[in-house]
Ligand binder design. Structure first.
Ligand code: F6R
Length: 367
């Protein structure tokens, strides 16, 4: 059942290229670049009337929402608010029929997310669910659904469901951009092709990266704390890396926006504090580099993950992992892979029960 892998989590990490392909396939018309999301069930009129989007989710799914905010605002020009479902429910919501509420949930059963969409619907919002489980409670309540096709996820720590959510949210962004006329057809086709190509890139990368990470973690697996930092699209991936590590290895880990370091957490940095920096060659590269150089100046133990060929990284630290260059919009999907493998390898090295971490359940149906 684990297909030769030691844990479901590792199997599911390796299933990601297929899960992305399955989530994308058949949904981009290769000639017209049209995005076909059959179960969305929103009319062109509904879509034209939307002036704000709320993204609501918990845990890892909330991290997917944070990435989607950057995408939707940039490419479809619609203001997006992102909420943790257990917060969304208990604040004054300014929601009406011009708001589209999108819940993101692997299981489609998470209690707070479910209550959140019931509330939003009462306030007049249309509801769409990004979900992995066909026929789950949320999909039955919603106006429309965009299914991720990750297949069953057994490991408690979410991996392939997350990257499939990102793929689905990217398609959703292209869909909105098409309906709004905010993106040229050629651009849509290009981004669609890049997304499919990314699956192959990840497939090739996985075994190589796993080997490199196994070696790397020998110097890090017994750490007490860990900081993950990233900027822009990769800030949510820093949060996701920290969550994966804490939930399966029980190491205290925090994710931060790189630019926030100097506003507090930099005080934690000394020769015993490991920091993982996500520093792809992207629009905010120079800023990210000066942030990690400040860490180095304070003797922090730095691991950098960046773009193949970026020799500068080696002058900052010995511990560098290189990833291939892909379209920078898709970096959050790519940079999730080393974050997952790092958490997995550290947890295994520490002898933790990777698939069944203490105190956690796969589906949180209590509030
Ligand atoms: C973390 C994890 C959880 C879930 C969260 C939401 O690895 O699995 O944080 O992401 O409980 O679950 P869903 O997506 O089913 O609503």
């Amino acid at each position: 059942e684990k297909g030769g892998y030691k844990h479901f989590m590792l199997k599911e990490i390796y299933e990601q290229p297929q899960a992305i392909i399955d989530t994308v396939s058949g949904r981009i018309n290769p000639e017209t670049g049209s995005i076909e999301l059959a179960e969305m069930n929103l009319s062109d009129e509904d879509l034209a009337g939307i002036d704000r989007i709320f993204l609501v989710a918990c845990g890892t799914s909330w991290h997917a929402a944070l990435v989607a905010k950057y995408w939707i605002e940039r490419w479809a020009g619609i203001p997006v608010e992102v909420d943790i479902a257990s917060e969304f429910r208990y604040r004054k919501l300014i929601i009406n029929e011009r708001v589209l509420t999108v819940a993101i949930s692997q299981s489609g059963e998470t209690a707070d997310t479910l209550a959140g969409i019931r509330l939003a619907r009462k306030l007049g919002s249309k509801i769409v669910i990004i979900c992995n489980v066909v026929g789950s409670t949320m999909t039955r309540i919603a106006d429309g659904t965009v299914y991720t096709h990750a297949g069953p996820e057994i490991g408690v720590a979410s991996t392939k469901a997350f990257t499939s959510q990102l793929a689905a949210l990217f398609l959703f962004t292209l869909f909105l951009a098409e309906k709004r006329g905010t993106m040229a057809v050629e651009k849509r086709l290009e981004l669609g092709r890049d997304l499919i190509h990314l699956a192959a890139v990840i497939g090739k990368l996985l075994p190589v990266l796993q080997g490199e990470i196994q070696e790397l973690i020998e110097n890090y697996y017994d750490s007490r704390d860990f900081l993950f930092v990233g900027r822009g699209l990769n800030f949510p991936i820093a949060l996701e890396g920290a969550l994966k590590l804490k939930e399966i290895s029980y190491i205290h880990a925090e994710g931060y926006a790189s630019g926030e370091l100097k506003h507090g957490p930099i005080a934690l940095i000394d020769k015993d504090m490991p920091i993982l920096g996500l520093v792809p060659k992207d629009a905010v590269y120079q800023k990210s580099i000066s942030n990690v150089e400040e860490i180095k100046a304070r003797q922090g133990r730095l691991i950098l993950i960046g773009t193949e060929g970026d020799e500068h990284l080696k002058s900052i630290t010995d511990d560098v992992l290189y990833l291939p260059e892909v379209n920078e919009e898709l970096n959050p999907i790519l940079y999730t892979i080393p974050a997952q493998l790092l958490a997995y390898e550290i947890a295994s090295r520490r002898g933790c029960d990777v698939d069944q971490p203490r105190n956690l359940a796969k589906s949180v149906t209590v509030e």
